[in-house]
Design a protein around this ligand. Structure first.
Ligand code: ADP
Ligand code: MG
Length: 706
């Protein structure tokens, strides 16, 4: 890189500075206004923007454009169209119209729609989200868009997110007006997703079908050294990884993504990248691009970037900490404890609303992070448990307690702490949460939702967060707008809310068994698997929440429920088939060869013993290993046959069983345990088999070879 970072930063993005530079003043102003007010773009304006965008993109080497969107698969989708337009004389010119910019019509029929397709037309359309800048990636102008069916049903992850940001804005503004803020125009949610990932050598990766097809290892004995020494976390970064990170940063910077922090994570070969936070929809677009760029850059370094939540059994998995807050257009972070009593009362109201929201909608938060991959990680004593709770830290906790009880806050002198009258003591960033066992932690001026899986789009979790907080704020605003004495009413509201919802606050160790017990006593939900969590979509209170805030219609909710159940079952099916394939075609034949080798050795020794008049060579090792491995071979063989049978049952279920929940439950209750049992035999075989004969790279090689 010869250019400085500020020179390359955003060089592939049609950002505000470029727009100001390339667009006529009135067009720029009109576009800006549309973006700020969240209204539809006028076609005349769009035409001018499209031409400027195309000319700029061509300068950056683009020949195609695409409406870049986020279907329910969780990855991004793009269909490339070139700018070429034929002329009468056989030549072409490069064209791009306002209509093409605003709206696209990809065929929706191959994207998951969860029954929406049957109800509505197969066609879908994409619509530009002008708040997220267009960018050029691999010679293609990418226009961030939302994806809907022709009837307007959301078929993607962005549409509900944008709707949830809108409803949160509305409700938060009502609250701010109550605090006499007449000038604030907009509240947006901010998101900073910390992305964890593994890097492994590409040639080793290619030798493992499980990694190729499933993104995780289905077999693998523990290596002699794991993460027990904690020597990887924040350790010196190896040169090959350093080279990867350097290029990753450059690529991300070009795309205007503010990659900020990089370090090694707890597990060997595990790393993290944290960007500087941004407005939620932009941060999420950027995170989707980041995951894609990570994979691409890794390839160039003969590495593979694994984003799966649990690539290796017994080794920490990967998550995505979703840092979340709300900020006004005046730059005020609503979760920043203030300096004046007035600001503090407002801060406490927002905190209390979040406590209420998380308690009342634990089920939705839990299901927002549910996936086959994340099931391996949650509650595995390395990641937050599947039980939702909030960490506030001792100081904030004490303040809330004093409000609830009406007693003096000890850090606050002698008098009763009156919000709106007294200045709150400083609330320093609490460090008692170092162990990071809380799923939802207040970290100074934002909440960190830690249960998100590394490979997932965080659109879902943020849509839920925005919506449930909006609902709590709506109820608060309804009550306070009617109040005669605002301060009294606020005090009373906070007190009641804290009393009612304090059970969700937990500042202790979320990994401990005791917490599971304690949470049960408190009546908190514990939904250990995806199959337990997804049905919560259909709870009447949740459907009501989605529909009253216009986030999802009932049909859309049901379609999401089905899509996610289906995705779960499909993943488990792929894993099962892969396990069968590897066992039958690679592992059992290899072990069998090794047994033959041992038999030959024993036979040879025996022959020698007889020939050398009485001098005997022991075959103890051979005999024992042959017995052990033959036994394991038998067990693995009958287990793999059983698994195959279960998979064919699953196949029939697909055709016969209309209830997708039953299919998913079959995967969880029959297929996963069968795979687990098979793995135990195979991992024991691996430990007892010649390394040269074992057909798969070992955990040791995968984790320590870079
Ligand atoms: P750590 O969690 O490792 O201690 P930080 O607290 O510094 O690290 O920040 C982690 C992430 O939180 C970063 O991506 C950062 O940009 C993001 N973040 C910081 N402030 C906010 C905010 N107000 N809203 C959303 N994300 C934020
Ligand atoms: Mg963090």
């Amino acid at each position: 890189m010869n250019n400085t970072v500020p020179e390359i930063f955003g060089s592939m993005v049609f950002n505000d500075a470029i727009m100001r530079d390339k667009l006529p003043k009135d067009i720029y102003r009109s576009l800006k206004k549309t973006i700020e007010d969240g209204r539809d773009l006028d076609i005349a304006v769009a035409n001018v923007v499209a031409i400027a965008m195309k000319d700029w993109a061509i300068e950056k080497g683009a020949t195609h454009y695409t409406h870049w969107f986020q279907p329910m698969t969780g990855v991004t989708a793009e269909k490339h169209d070139s700018f070429i337009s034929p002329q009468h004389d056989g030549r072409v010119i490069m064209e791009f119209s306002g209509k093409e910019l605003i709206k696209g019509e990809p065929d929706a029929s191959s994207f998951p729609s969860g029954g929406l397709r049957a109800t509505f037309e197969a066609r879908g359309y994409t619509a530009w989200d002008p708040t997220s800048y267009a960018f050029v990636k691999d010679g293609v102008l990418c226009i961030p868009t939302a994806f809907c069916s022709y009837g307007g049903e959301a078929l993607d992850k962005k549409t509900p997110l944008l709707r949830s940001m809108e409803t949160l804005n509305e409700q938060a503004l009502r609250i701010l007006r109550l605090f006499d803020n007449q000038t604030v125009k907009r509240v947006v949610t901010t998101v900073g997703p910390e992305q964890e990932y593994f890097l492994i050598d590409r040639s080793l990766y290619e030798k493992r079908k499980d990694l190729i097809y499933c993104g995780r290892t289905l077999f693998g004995a523990r290596p002699p050294k794991g993460q027990e020494l904690d020597d990887h976390y924040f350790g010196a970064i190896k040169p090959r990884v350093q080279a990867f990170m350097k290029e990753l940063n450059e690529e991300l910077w070009k795309l205007g993504i503010m990659s900020k922090t990089e370090h090694n994570e707890v597990a060997p070969a595990q790393h993290e990248m944290a960007p500087i936070y941004d407005t939620a929809n932009i941060a999420i677009d950027h995170n989707q691009i980041t995951m894609e760029v990570m994979k691409k850059v890794a390839k160039r370094h003969d590495l593979v970037c694994l984003l799966h939540e649990k690539p290796f059994g017994g080794i920490n998995g990967s998550g995505k900490h979703n840092n979340w807050s709300m900020v006004t257009d005046q730059g005020v972070n609503l979760l920043e404890p203030g300096k004046s009593p007035h600001e503090n009362a407002q801060f406490l109201l927002f905190i209390t609303a979040i406590i209420k929201a998380v308690d009342e909608y634990q089920d939705l938060l839990r299901l927002s992070i549910a996936s086959a991959g994340n099931d391996h990680r949650l509650g595995a004593a390395e990641a937050p448990p599947a039980i939702m709770s909030i960490f506030l830290g001792d100081d904030l906790d004490a303040i809330l307690k004093s409000i609830e009880s009406g007693m003096a806050y000890s850090g606050h002198g002698t008098s009763r702490m009156d919000i709106g009258v007294h200045v709150l003591p400083n609330i320093p960033k609490d460090t008692t949460d170092r162990n990071r066992t809380s799923p939802f932690a207040f970290t100074g001026n934002k909440f960190e939702f830690r249960s998100c899986g590394s490979s997932m789009s965080v659109s879902g979790p943020n849509t839920i967060l925005n919506t449930i907080v909006a609902e709590a704020l709506r109820q608060f605003a309804d009550e306070l707008e009617e109040a005669e004495d605002f301060t009294d009413a606020l005090y009373d509201l906070l007190r009641r809310t804290i009393r009612k919802h304090k059970r969700i606050i937990f500042n202790g160790d979320g990994y401990s068994r005791d917490w599971e017990e304690e949470a049960k006593k408190r009546g908190l939900l514990n939904l250990p698997t995806t199959v337990d969590a997804l049905p919560m979509y259909l709870e009447p209170k949740n459907i009501e929440l989605f529909t009253t805030h216009h986030i999802l219609s009932e049909i859309e909710v049901r379609s999401r429920y089905e899509i996610e159940l289906e995705a779960y079952a499909k993943m488990i099916n792929i894993e099962g088939l892969t396990a069968v394939d590897m066992t039958k075609k690679e592992i059992l034949p290899a072990v069998n060869r090794y047994i033959c080798q041992l038999l030959e050795s024993a036979e040879y020794k025996q022959r020698l013993s007889e020939g050398r008049n009485g001098k005997a060579y022991s075959c103890g090792m051979e005999d024992e290993l042959i017995a052990l491995l033959s036994d394991l071979e038998d067990k693995a063989f009958s287990q793999v046959n059983k698994l195959e049978e279960l998979l064919s049952r699953l196949n029939s279920l697909y055709k016969e069983e209309p209830d997708k929940l039953k299919i998913a439950a079959f995967c969880r209750d029959s297929i996963i345990p069968a795979m687990q049992e098979l793995r135990e035999y195979i991992d024991t075989m691996e430990i007892n088999t010649d390394r040269k004969q074992w057909p798969l790279p070992s955990y040791g090689e995968l984790l320590f070879s870079i």
